[in-house]
Design a protein around this ligand. Sequence first.
Ligand code: DSN
Length: 463
Amino acid sequence: MAVALRRLSSSIHKPPHFPSAASLYSTWIKQLNEPLEVIDPEITDIIELEKARQWKGLELIPSENFTSLSVMQAVGSVMTNKYSEGYPGARYYGGNEYIDMAETLCQKRALEAFGLDPAKWGVNVQSLSGSPSNFQVYTALLKPHERIMALDLPHGGHLSHGYQTDTKKISAVSIFFETMPYRLNESTGYIDYDQLEKSAALFRPKLIVAGASAYARLYDYARIRKVCDKQKAVLLADIAHISGLVAAGVIPSPFDYADVVTTTTHKSLRGPRGAMIFFRKGVKEINKQGQEAMTPEFKHYQQQVLSNSSTFAQSLLEKGYELVSGGTDNHLVLVNLRNKGIDGSRVEKVLESVHIAANKNTVPGDVSAMVPGGIRMGTPALTSRGFAEEDFKKVAEFFDEAVKLALQIKANAQGTKLKDFVAALQSDAHIQSEIAKLRHEVEEYAKQFPTIGFEVETMKYSK
Ligand code: DSN
């Protein structure tokens, strides 16, 4: 629209060829129907660069994935033009008959994907992302300042579960509600359910969250349900990371235990960017039918995600890396780098420079979230591109080479700050050539695998 207005105004300011209203209108309509590459070459070019990044790099951020072309087509349509406050059949604005059809179909498919009986479970599919969906649950079910318990952020939890430090309320959730963490048993790396139960008896929460963003093990929902029953608390399962695995039935489901379940739709579920809130109603039979997420192909994909994750963990252990909890039962690994003499921030910088996307992450015992001791990596995205077990052994080798480079850079750095490390990374000629070499190897490896949602042949930056 801004471009159309600018062109319109520049044509208005060019007398004596002041166009007639009819020709202005036809120019306007033509511009509104022009494709993106004609209207906005700058944005088009950035999208092309991002395509190349996705194709040539190794995507190991466990919350990311490659959604399908069909999903991209569905979310980029005229449906974006409509306001639709309310629910299907009960909207504030008129003209929502097709939005209602789409939303009702989406709700039906969401319930089917998790094998849920619509008489027993309802679902809200309007949330834009995971954090808002959690906040919507808290505000719907709790009064301001009622109490929430959740896994501590430095132990694998998520900001939207109410993180605060001893001195500062970091998440807005901890401003509007009173929050108390439960934690891992630091010697095993597994959730300390006994301590959770003791804390809950003292804190008496109104809601307990079972969910994580950096926990490589499975949740014991039955155990937390018992604590909730004792405290008369709501059990909210946040399965954002693992919902694809749950939908495929390859890891245990929380639906038998939870009162409410939230999930994003774009992580292991591999759908469009968004979130859903499932809420328990009555008790009826389970509907066994399913849609895309219930297909044999989707189940096979999720099994491969788990198998790749297990192989990746094993390869890292064999190379002397320490994993929080000692391994993985799901789609991610959390590497504790302390025994290697390096931290997550420095390794993340080197990984990025060799075109491997992963993220620094706190591990138990960390005091800083800015320079944490760990790296979090997951298998959903690369599994979507067809990576199998042997490929993840290779990814572990690339990771190991990057960590070795990070150690060299750290040794060469002029000071102990992260900025000294970055300066050494960017200025040392030998390091630059080692990085270029590894980046080339990584890209040549990644480029063998198909892209998702676009063709290499049509890419501007495929070389
Ligand atoms: N950003 C997601 C993650 O990386 O875990 C959750 O917020």
